[in-house]
Design a protein around this ligand. Structure first.
Ligand SMILES: [Zn+2]
Length: 219
């Protein structure tokens, strides 16, 4: 089963992706996973990719699509994948559609997580993250400076993109990513899931959606 999960900052899509991965035996493919994988496997442009990641620069679409294609063809993802954080724009969605046709794969379900602007901002500002292992929690569960309970190697802190950047990212999401969702939705089953609620409540909604769609899925 191949799933694309898309949603604005703070919608909890990382948490829900992890649950999908664990319960369905899928491979989680976030944009940064794909980039790190290319670096680890000595891609010919590994140095450029590393530099772009270190300085938070965007990877050109053509390169990103090449890396996505490479990753989707590897043995360990053939049981299915969850693509998280890509595509973000209409051209990226078109590119993804083309490459999937080229490699003979398809998307079984596009999950669009919806959350109001106010809640996205409120959640992003409450979020604490470990810069080492990406463990994420909230200011209700932990405090800035607490040792990460997952890897014990780093202290929890707000993410760099929180507060100031989150509004800009939300505008980008509404201006660009909504178009990408539309393009995917024209070809593949698209469902929207209300992301307002606890992780368990949202997960229940996703399970309902999966059950409803499993009847018409190939795998
Ligand atoms: Zn950690």
């Amino acid at each position: 089963m191949n799933i694309v999960i898309i949603g604005p900052q703070g919608c909890g899509k990382g948490t829900q992706s992890s649950r999908l991965v664990k319960t369905r035996g899928l491979t989680h493919l976030s944009s940064s996973d794909i980039l790190r994988h290319a670096i680890q496997n000595n891609h010919s442009q590994a140095a450029e990719i590393r530099q772009a990641m270190d300085s938070c620069q965007l990877i050109p679409d053509s390169l990103m699509l090449e890396l996505v294609q490479f990753r989707l063809c590897e043995e360990d993802v053939q049981n299915g994948w969850v693509l998280d954080g890509f595509p973000r724009t209409y051209p990226q969605a078109e590119g993804l559609i083309d490459l999937l046709q080229k490699i003979g794969q398809q998307i079984d379900l596009v999950i669009e997580m919806q959350l109001s602007r106010e809640l996205c901002i409120a959640r992003a500002c409450k979020r604490l993250v470990c810069s080492q292992c990406n463990y994420t929690t909230s200011t209700c569960q932990a405090q800035v400076g607490d040792t990460c309970p997952q890897c014990s190697e780093c202290q929890l802190n707000h993410r760099n993109d929180d507060q100031l950047d989150v509004e800009g990212r939300l505008s980008d999401y509404h201006n660009k990513t909504i178009m990408a969702i539309g393009a995917l939705g024209n070809l593949y089953p698209l469902v929207t899931v209300d992301a307002d609620g606890t992780p368990d409540q949202v997960w229940t909604r996703i399970l309902e959606v999966l059950n409803k769609h499993s009847g018409c899925m190939s795998g």
